[in-house]
Design a binder for this molecule. Structure first.
Ligand SMILES: *Cc1c(COP(=O)(O)O)cnc(C)c1O
Length: 405
């Protein structure tokens, strides 16, 4: 029997979660019978009587009390996220950074230690490198191998933080191996799965204790909301909820929660298409002489290909590539000026294809040697593949790449 094609694998993954995307966490409104439950904007909820209030405060009744502590629209989103991640519980947060900082602060105290990858989302790196040390929380940054994580373990290590695939070269970390070593040392593994979305990987099934996402990206998928989430076992998620939501106030607004719930209904169809287009563009770019190297986990030449093929349902919708030839900085910037369909903007996971050239923009003030150490070549372009026609995107990039140098 021939092995399934990538298109067949994508369809199988979409089939596995499509029903949960549409139905999980959602109920027809019992009062109006509206198919879409009304957005609940109440900041406070009435008690039926004194006994009801007492039961609510003592935690014996699941009643809503106050919007920051819980809200029906937010709770519906959390139930859908938990279902999609295959986790017992999930907590929605005001942003991806609220999910990440809140998770670390809920678990770590002064004197504790975190292990994190050298290549990670810049604001997460800053949080660990510059902000948390003020509160006595130290971080060791390691290469992406499970051996490097194991070697960095200390008696006070509380979290092995993983981001996979990672920014900007789609590095892949072996979640099962990192989690197994962490667990043996009593350390929790937290995975930032933003680049993959729950469509492309299920970190909890690989052994991760908590999964965090910026739902601003592929999960919401339309570039119209800032949101985050944390998913995992109820006991851990409620610790994070108590800290992030009750304690620091990073609650997601009901309207934003409704936007994400609405978007997650189409996660399977959106990601199936974006992942297929990304793999198609990656193999087209890999064969183009104007391109020196393409980073996408679907390519056999990619350093993380084998791990990704094992641990991911799909290879994701982000890719990056390095221009070949001289004056890569100048030519990278020209690509941004020539694209007509791809849009020059930060963020990712939008319905629009987005393109960035770190060396001439976000990382232009960094010395070239430091950029190179961070894996950001002068001609590196990162593309977040959207939902446009693959042929149109190929024509757009082909024209933008211009004549060979
Ligand atoms: C965007 C992003 C974040 C931060 O999320 P916000 O919603 O912007 O706070 C964290 N991690 C990764 C990998 C991201 O791409």
């Amino acid at each position: 029997m021939t092995p399934p094609s990538y298109a067949e694998k994508l369809r199988a993954r979409a089939d596995a979660i499509a029903t949960a995307c549409v139905h999980a966490g959602e109920e027809i409104d019992p009062v109006t019978l509206g198919l879409d439950a009304p957005i609940s904007l109440s900041s406070a909820f009435a008690f039926r009587d004194a006994a009801h209030a007492r039961a609510a405060f003592e935690g014996r009744d699941d009643a809503y009390i106050y919007g920051r502590w819980g809200n029906p629209t937010v709770r519906a989103l959390e139930a859908k996220v938990a279902a999609l991640e295959g986790c017992e519980a999930a907590c929605a947060t005001a942003s991806g950074m609220a999910a990440i900082s809140g998770t670390i602060l809920a678990i770590c105290s002064s004197g504790d230690h975190v292990i994190a990858p050298r290549s990670m989302y810049a604001e997460s790196a800053r949080l660990l490198r510059e902000r948390l040390p003020r509160f006595g929380i130290r971080t060791t940054f390691v290469d992406a191998s499970p051996e490097a994580y194991a070697a960095a373990l200390e008696p006070t290590t509380r979290i092995a933080f993983v981001e996979t695939p990672s920014n900007p070269r789609l590095g892949v970390i072996d979640v099962a191996e990192v989690a197994a070593r962490a667990r043996a040392a009593g350390v929790l593994t937290v995975v930032d799965g933003t680049f993959a979305t729950p469509f492309s990987q299920s970190p909890a099934a690989l052994g991760a204790d908590l999964v965090v996402h910026s739902m601003t990206k592929g999960m919401s998928g339309h570039g119209d909301v800032i949101a985050g989430c944390v998913a995992g076992p109820e006991a851990l998620v409620s610790r994070v909820r108590d800290h992030v939501i009750k304690g620091t106030g990073a609650a997601l607004s009901p309207f934003d929660a409704w936007l994400v719930t609405r978007s997650l209904r189409t996660l399977a169809v959106r990601q199936e298409r974006a992942c297929a287009t990304a793999a198609e563009l990656a193999s087209w770019l890999a064969a183009d002489p104007r391109v020196a190297v393409v980073y996408h986990p679907s390519l056999a030449t990619h350093a993380g290909h084998e791990i990704a093929a094992r641990q991911m349902h799909a290879f994701g919708s982000l890719l990056s590539f390095e221009l070949a030839g001289a004056d890569a900085i100048g030519r990278g910037a020209r690509v941004l000026e020539r694209v007509r369909i791809a849009t020059h903007a930060v963020s990712l996971g939008d319905a629009r294809t987005l393109i960035v050239h770190p060396a001439s923009t976000t990382h232009s003030t960094m010395p070239p040697e430091a950029r190179a150490l961070a894996g950001i070549g002068d001609g590196l372009l990162r593309v977040s593949v959207g939902l446009e026609s693959a042929a149109d995107l190929e024509r757009d990039l082909d024209a933008a790449l211009g004549p060979a140098a």
